[in-house]
Design a protein around this ligand. Structure first.
Ligand code: GLY
Length: 330
């Protein structure tokens, strides 16, 4: 059953079926409404992504420039990294868990608040596209493990061995000591999170990762968790995260940042507050990296992280830029 049909027939369907953010906003109690007027349109198409994923952002930009939707832009953008065998943090070629299995997490969210996610998915190169299928072709938001894999085959995705020789050799080397000691920024979880605004001013986001290298079997981070690794509200903006997922989940980081923007903070201020919340929970023990990026409805962007070294790409008519993020530690 199509997701929309399912919702139409359910009691929660009425609110969810309001087809535009303006209608949805009209149905909200006064105190919950955004301070950003729902009629404000983005000034331009723009794409923003974590880290220096220039090929991915370039692909997303080409979709936007041709008049494509933000949803298509983020899906096709992050797919570039998923199919890049040299990228050991996303998709094909990702570093495996401690048992040698590459398990992938991804989620996607559209302008209407629809979302889909896959967790611990094996043998499929494009988890972002399976997440989109979950969103569009099922009444669910998340599918995990074997169920997600089976669903992917039913949707026509083909089975692919994701463990490359390079990642396998590194894993075999790691097994000699089995020490789990991630190195900040270059360790293992340079997740790609991407947000885009299309010509219509609509926002969408996607996030995809192979997660921490040599993680426990079954471990899932923030990246496929809506609200943690990614959140989009078409009235307000979007946010996404990279870094140690457990810390992002504890603060529901991306949802927090979007809500802070709703209350009037700029994307930069909201990302800084998102990082501060994580710091507040960890005291002096900041031996890990978190990076947040955010965009608001007007196309303003921001990024902030704990450790120096995080960058994020923006691509708009103004150019294709790798922005060094400000950081809490210097
Ligand atoms: N942020 C990616 C992960 O922790 O898996």
């Amino acid at each position: 059953m199509k997701r929309r049909n399912f919702l139409k027939n359910s009691t929660i369907g009425t609110a969810a079926m309001l087809s535009t953010p303006m209608l949805a906003a009209a149905a909200m109690p006064e105190g919950m409404k955004s301070k950003v007027p729902p009629t404000v349109k983005s000034r331009r198409p723009i794409v923003i992504c974590t880290w220096d994923f220039h090929n991915a952002s370039e692909k997303a930009w080409s979709v936007l420039k041709e008049g494509g939707s933000a949803l298509d832009a983020v899906e096709q953008g992050v797919m570039v990294e998923e199919s890049d065998a040299d990228n050991q943090t996303v998709g094909l070629g990702g570093r495996p868990d401690r048992d040698g299995n590459v398990t992938l997490d991804a989620c996607i969210m559209d302008r209407d608040g629809n979302c889909g996610a896959v967790l611990c998915l094996q043998n499929i190169v494009h988890p972002i596209s399976v997440a989109r299928k979950v969103m569009e072709a099922t009444p669910h938001v998340m599918l995990a493990g074997k169920g997600a894999e089976q669903f992917a085959y039913e949707m026509g995705f083909k089975k692919t061995i994701l463990l490359t020789e390079k990642s396998k050799q590194e894993w075999l080397e790691w097994k000699k000591t089995s020490l789990y000691k991630p190195i900040i920024n270059i360790e293992n979880h340079d997740t790609i999170g991407m947000l885009a605004i299309d010509r219509n001013g609509d926002i969408a986001g996607g996030c995809t990762t192979s997660g921490m290298a040599y993680k426990m079997a079954g471990r899932v981070g923030d990246s496929p968790i809506i609200g943690a690794g990614l959140f989009v509200d078409n009235e307000v903006g979007g946010a996404t995260a990279t870094g140690v997922g457990e810390e992002v989940v504890r603060t529901v980081g991306s949802f927090l940042i979007v809500e802070l923007m709703r209350q009037g903070k700029s994307p930069q201020e909201a990302c800084e507050e998102g990082v501060r919340r994580i710091i507040a929970k960890n005291g002096d023990k900041l031996d890990f990296q978190i990076g947040f990026i955010a965009i608001n409805k007007e196309g303003e962007t921001g990024g902030y992280c704990i450790q120096p070294g995080f960058t994020y790409r923006t691509y708009s008519e103004e150019g294709h830029v790798n922005n060094p993020s400000a950081s809490h530690l210097k």
